[in-house]
Structures are given as structure tokens and as C-alpha cells.
Design a protein around this ligand. Structure first.
Ligand code: AMP
Length: 191
């Protein structure tokens, strides 16, 4: 089973993807994690995307589609969870094609609905918690960047809601519910 967790930054996609990895042996594909990894290992691509990511803008479709294509090649017996990808209609089309080439399907798109002010508060809090734990906060986890990430989400990613609704595989859940409740809602959808 292959699924997309769709929602704005801070909606809890990564947290829920982590549960699915534990419970179902699925493979989480987070383009944000892959890009951060490319940055910390200092690859040319990592250096190219650093400033774009820190500002809160989207990197090019070509780069993220390339990253995903590489991972899909490796396969996943338990299926893939796409987290933070696709973020544009071009990425969504590319994902559909890549899956079709492998004879795979997209089985569910779960939209995690959360209100904006909660997101901003969550992300600013995530940065404070990282610092309190002696870790480095994400460079883009500050209010200015979060607001830009939200605008990017509404402009470029939110159209995917209509796209997947039209394809018949979209289900909305309340991303503001308690973490375990959200976990339960996702489990119900996946069966
Ligand atoms: P995330 O960890 O998903 O919040 O992603 C962090 C940042 O990485 C985003 O703000 C973008 O700059 C970049 N990024 C991650 N995934 C994508 C994607 N699918 N398309 C474009 N940019 C992305």
C-alpha cells in the first residue's frame, strides 16, 4: 500500500509517518529529510537548496522528483508513505507516472487539516523544544519562514486537495485531534 500524508508544515505528517513505519513496516519518504541530509553531507545539490529551504520556499520539482525516483527504485515491501511530497501538481503527476511504471498504485491520500495559528505555534514550539534538548533547531523553524511556508502551501500544494479528490482517493482527517486519535483515524482509513 502506498499513501500520501498531505498537510501544511507542522500538521504532524512526520510524527504519524513514524507510527506507520513502526506498525506496518512501511517506508517513509520525506523529501524534507532527504534534502536536509544532502545539506549536511555537503553535496552540490545540498548547497544549492540551502538558502531556498531556510527562507521557506520550495526547491525545484526536478530535484525532488529525482530524489523520489531514486528511492522508488529500491522498492518497499510494506509500501511507501510520502511525507512532504508531492507539493506541486507537477510533482503529483510525476509520482503517478513513476508508480504506474512500477505497476504500483496510490492507495490513499490523507489530508491532515489544521488551522494556521496552531501550525505557527507548533513550529515555533518545535524549535524551542529542540534547543531545550540541546539540539539544533531547524533553520526554517522560525515564524518568518513558517509564514512563507504556509503561503507556499496554499499557493502550490493546496491545489493537490482538489486533484486527489477528483481522482477519488482523498480522505480528510482532523489534524488538531490528540496524536493518538489522529493515529486511530489513519488506521481506520488504511484498514
Ligand atoms: P519539510 O521537512 O517537509 O517541511 O521540508 C522542508 C523544506 O524542504 C521545505 O520548506 C522546502 O524548501 C523543501 N522541500 C521539502 N519537500 C519538498 C518538495 N516536495 N518540493 C519542494 N520543496 C520541498
Amino acid at each position: 500500500m502506498n499513501i500520501i500524508l498531505l498537510g501544511p508544515p507542522g500538521a504532524g505528517k512526520g510524527t504519524q509517518a513514524g507510527f506507520l513505519v513502526e506498525e506496518r513496516g512501511m517506508v517513509q519518504l520525506s523529501t524534507g529529510d532527504m534534502l536536509r541530509e544532502a545539506r549536511s553531507s555537503g553535496t552540490e545539490m545540498g548547497q544549492k537548496v540551502a538558502a531556498i529551504m531556510d527562507a521557506g520556499n520550495l526547491v525545484t520539482d526536478e530535484i525532488v522528483i529525482g530524489l523520489i525516483a531514486e528511492k522508488l527504485e529500491q522498492g518497499a515491501a510494506g509500501g511507501f508513505i510520502f511525507d512532504g511530497f508531492p507539493r506541486t501538481l507537477a510533482q503529483a503527476d510525476a509520482l503517478g507516472e513513476l508508480l504506474a511504471q512500477k505497476g504500483e498504485t496510490l492507495d490513499a491520500v490523507i489530508e491532515m487539516e489544521v488551522d494556521d495559528e496552531t501550525l505557527v505555534a507548533r513550529i515555533v514550539n518545535r524549535a524551542a523544544e529542540a534547543v531545550a534538548a540541546g539540539k539544533e533547531a531547524r533553520a526554517d523553524d522560525n515564524e518568518e519562514s513558517v509564514r512563507i511556508r504556509l503561503v507556499e502551501y496554499y499557493k502550490k500544494t493546496a491545489p493537490l486537495i482538489g486533484y486527489y479528490h477528483a481522482k477519488g482517493n482523498l480522505t480528510k482527517i482532523d489534524g488538531l485531534a490528540e496524536i493518538d486519535q489522529v493515529r486511530g483515524s489513519i488506521a481506520n482509513i488504511l484498514g
